[in-house]
Ligand binder design. Structure first.
Ligand code: RNT
Ligand code: ZN
Length: 427
């Protein structure tokens, strides 16, 4: 256990070091509290969902591993989320998928879901003062068996998914109204093909038309902010993804021309070529869009959705947001699912890693580095950038945890082990 006194002493020394670089650590700690992370509910049960039939991951995404104690119903999942959130500093949001509807044997399918099917989630969120985000679930369902949903040439199937996405937006608006907080509604569809299509245009036209219909109803941006998530490929969908990066960039321009100003792009960190990272894309997108959603994920050799750690990729992303002074324009949502380790630990590791990367970015002496660049002192720029990587941000992080009343360092592992013993092992 890290002793509070040790944390305070280390922080005092770190604050002095940062001050020498012109960084006010107290101001940074204040800023940290205002940057929420939308935590993905689907880490808790390997993307299974709460519908009695169907559910599960499909459409090229996959959770592997069989660690015991996975949540089997809404009550268990919410209890696990509570446990994870107790170990996180700052304020989180919860990101829900439509497949987490609780229908309780009612015979209603996704195209007719209503707000009442999420009543328990809304009440849970209200009681805790937590905001929710939402996602239509266009996978893990018999109607998605062809890996085509909004771009399906069969009008009946396409209609089902259009209606599902419309229902999701209505539900998102209701939730926002009830909780008094904007809901981000993110659409990702798996649509694509394993092998080369003969008519790419057909599917892209269908996706465009489906989206036009879905977004025809305009909700005030205080209630619903819609997002569309691009992707390169999925397992079993290697040759073609309808909703590619170019597709959605084009779609955003098209939507904008149509007066839809609040639609934003989702950049998932695992949705590009293996060596292509998203950090460089942020400044371009923010120049032409008011907002952006980032799915914080970790791809290991493919879009594997490993639990996030504060690695170089993540630090690069956060540094770019910091340098653009854009933490108020970028929504951050975790997107990982690993069933091979304690799932609560997975949440806590991933969200804390995201926050640590944000903190490190906020503590970067950006002004000094920029000054060196503007004066053409490129060696100084490089030296300062490298120095920034090893400045004592862990000491500031531990102080943040102490201030927030959550375990510092890796001290969150003990309560997780206790919960595993008391709760998870009995499932
Ligand atoms: C899939 C996308 C999508 C999903 C979640 C479950 O590749 O990243 O965001 O992971 O919606
Ligand atoms: Zn994603």
């Amino acid at each position: 256990m890290l002793k509070p006194d040790t944390i305070r002493q280390a922080y005092a020394a770190a604050a002095e070091t940062y001050a020498a670089y012109g960084i006010d650590t107290e101001a940074v700690l204040e800023q940290m509290k205002k940057i929420p992370i939308s935590m993905n509910c689907w880490q808790g049960d390997d993307v299974t969902g709460l519908e009695e039939q169907g559910g599960g991951a499909s459409g090229g995404i996959m959770s592997t591993g069989n660690h015991p104690g996975k949540a089997r119903n809404g009550e268990e999942l919410r209890a696990d989320i509570d446990q994870a959130m107790k170990l996180l500093p700052g304020k989180q949001r919860l990101n829900l998928h439509a497949s987490y509807a609780e229908r309780f044997s009612e015979n209603v399918d996704r195209d007719r879901y209503e707000t009442r099917h999420f009543r328990r989630w809304i009440d849970w969120a209200k009681a805790r003062g937590i905001a929710l985000d939402f996602n239509p679930t266009c996978f893990g369902h018999p109607m998605a068996a062809d890996n085509l949903t909004l771009a399906h040439p069969d009008e009946r199937i396409r209609r089902f998914w259009i209606d599902h996405c419309k229902a999701s937006r209505r539900i998102a608006a209701d939730i926002a109204g009830e909780l008094g907080q904007t809901v981000v509604n993110n659409i990702w569809v798996p649509d694509g093909m394993k092998d080369m299509p003969a008519d790419r245009t057909l599917y892209r036209r269908l996706l465009r038309d489906s989206l036009d219909e879905i977004f025809a109803v305009r909700y005030p941006a205080e209630l619903v902010v819609d997002a569309v998530e691009c992707k390169l490929f999925g397992i079993g969908l290697e040759s073609f993804t309808v909703g590619s990066h170019e597709f959605y960039m084009g779609y955003l321009a098209h939507a904008r021309a149509d007066g839809n100003d609040s639609l934003m792009l989702t950049l998932d960190m695992g949705h590009f070529h293996p060596t292509e990272t998203i950090a460089d894309k942020i400044s371009s997108l923010l120049l032409f869009n008011s907002h952006l959603l980032i799915h914080v994920s970790r791809a290991v050799k493919w879009d594997s959705d490993h639990v996030v750690i504060s690695d170089e990729n993540l630090q690069d992303v956060m540094r770019e947001i910091k340098r653009a002074a854009a933490f108020d324009r970028v929504y951050l949502a975790t997107d990982f699912f690993d069933g091979s380790i304690n799932r609560i630990a997975a949440w806590v590791i991933g969200v804390r890693a995201t926050q640590k990367a944000i903190l490190a970015a906020l503590l970067e002496p950006t002004e000094r580095i920029r000054e060196a660049e503007q004066q053409g002192r490129f060696a100084d720029r490089l030296a300062l950038m490298d120095e920034a990587r090893t400045l004592p941000y862990a000491a500031v992080w531990n102080q943040y945890c102490l201030n927030e009343g959550v375990p510092a360092g890796s001290d969150y592992l003990a309560p997780i082990a206790q919960y595993e013993k008391d709760v998870l092992s009995k499932r």
